[in-house]
Structures are given as C-alpha cells and as structure tokens.
Design a protein around this ligand. Structure first.
Ligand SMILES: [Ca+2]
Length: 295
C-alpha cells in the first residue's frame, strides 16, 4: 500500500507555476499524444465483495466517491512543464464510464521521456468544475464540506447487518514521482513516442480506505472495527463516532490498526483521515510519493 510520507509541509510551488495546456511540439523528435484519465476500478464502480475483506468478510458498496484533482502536471527531466491541468476537476469515481475513460485532458507532447508526473488531490476551490460524469451538485457538495474526498456507501456483514457512512476528508495531498508500467516496463512518468498515444491513468484504489494497517505489507481491508464504532447503533457510522475510538481499544482479532512511524494517528477517525490520503495511484498498480500540502 502507499505510505503517507510524514514530510514537513511543503509550499505548493507547482500551484504558482504557469499553466501550460500545450507544449510547443517543435523538436526534431516529433510529438505524441497523452490522454490523462482517472478510474476507480471495479472496486469503486461495482463494490468491494466479501472476498476483498479476507478476515471479516464484510462487503462495501460505494454510492458516491467524489474527489477533486488539481495541478496534474507532466514535466520532463529538467522539470520543463509539458502539460498541466488548468483548473481543478471533480469526479465521482462510482460513475461508470462505459468503456470510455473519464478524461482530465488530452495533450500533445514532444516525443521524449517525461519522468516527472505529479498531481494533487484537493483542496476544493471556487474555480473547480465537474469532470466527466460528475455533476454541479457533486462540486457543490465538496465545496460545502471543503472536502478533498467525499465517500458515501454501505457496509454489509456476512450476517446481513448494514452500516452506512458519509465521510468528507478535507486534507489535500500532493502525489509526485509517479511511476508505473508502460508497455511492460516500469517507467517514471510517461514516455511519449513520435506519433504514439499514451493513456496516463490516475488510478484510485477504493479498498485502501479500509486497510487495517498504515504501513505493513500485510495490511488487508476490514470493516468490523468501523461497524463497531456506531456507538448509538443507528446504522450510521459517523466520523465523530470514529473519533471516539482510540486505536489501542480495538481487539487484535479485529485488526492491528498499526500506524508505523506516523504520529498523531490515535483514533479510528484519525486513521480514516490518513487512509483517505493513500488512495491515489498511477497507471493501475503504479504509485507516487505522497506529501502534505501547505494550505
Ligand atoms: Ca451512529
């Protein structure tokens, strides 16, 4: 799983950068096309079946999975920007694109290596608009909650007990140094070939919101501890209820809920807020380094 890197807060200098939609495609090497898309995989579109939760066999169906992308940037080895998203776009990752990827932008880039791909989830700002298949209501919901990520859904136990959740996570995250597979090889960023077309997918991993450890390779999705946090037993798990559950009170048979080297993660509420910052990936199983963003 992706680790949140507990780096000191960094100034988002890239936000101040010049937003170039298209680089001049005038080099001798020609140019190619890069389409930047996003996908939450079938886990978010169709739901997380009980086999995704190997220990407690809950299942989860998302009804909403909103997020806002910001400053998606493709740069070369000298950090020359070839393409950059010119304003924030909101997506609902539960919306099925029916074979057509949800697209952030299509760019013409010089045929060369573009190893520095980065993007930011959040913050929501007044200039954000609805991306493919999202609605003005989705944008308004994030703006109203000042949320970077907002998820709604229902967990179902093996016995048919159901718990719903509706959580807004405010903290933006900067993902940089993205690398993933291209034509069977591990590539930093993206390699553009003359006349070629590359799909750069910002992949969202919906199972990561339920991982039972922040840094262990053995982490698996679980739901029972979250369900148990529904203190007033009204069937709705609120973030405020999660805030009332210290991690040390969770029985080991319901998950280790280890925090590794991370400080300030003391309750299930802290835990979910941290996990919400690990969902950003790259070209499927590829990954990026994540950092905090100065606000
Ligand atoms: Ca409740």
């Amino acid at each position: 799983m992706t680790r949140i890197n507990p780096m000191p807060r960094v100034l988002p200098l890239f936000v101040l950068g010049v937003a170039l939609l298209f680089a001049p495609a005038c080099s001798d090497s020609g140019s190619g096309t890069v389409t930047v898309t996003t996908w939450g995989e079938l886990l978010i579109e169709d739901g997380l079946t009980s086999d995704i939760f190997p220990k407690d066999h809950w299942s989860v169906k998302y009804s909403k999975f909103l997020l806002v992308y910001h400053s998606v940037t493709i740069a070369d080895a000298n950090n020359k920007v070839g393409a950059q998203l010119d304003h924030p776009l909101v997506f609902d990752m539960t919306q099925k694109a029916q074979g057509t990827p949800k697209t952030l932008g299509t760019y013409s880039l010089e045929a060369e290596a573009w190893p520095n791909v980065s993007y930011q989830m959040g913050p929501i700002t007044s200039d954000a608009t609805a991306g493919d298949l999202a609605t003005a209501d989705d944008v308004a919901l994030l703006q109203n909650d000042q949320a970077t990520v907002h998820v709604e859904g229902t967990g179902t136990s093996p016995d048919g007990v159901q718990k719903t959740f509706s959580w807004s996570f405010p903290t933006p995250t900067f993902f940089e140094g993205c690398h993933g597979e291209q034509d069977g090889k591990e590539v930093d960023g993206v390699i553009v070939t003359n006349g070629g077309t590359q799909n750069v997918e910002l992949t969202v991993h919906g199972d990561h919101l339920f991982y039972d450890d922040l840094q262990s390779e053995e982490a698996v999705p679980r739901f029972q501890a979250l369900a148990d946090a529904d203190a007033n037993n009204d069937g709705v798990i609120t973030l405020q209820e999660l805030d009332q559950v210290p991690l040390y009170t969770i029985p080991i048979d319901k998950g280790s809920y280890g925090t590794g080297a991370l400080g300030n993660v003391n309750t299930l509420g802290d835990y979910e807020r941290t996990l919400s910052r690990t969902i950003g990936h790259y070209r499927g199983e590829g990954s990026c380094n994540s950092k905090s963003v100065a606000q």
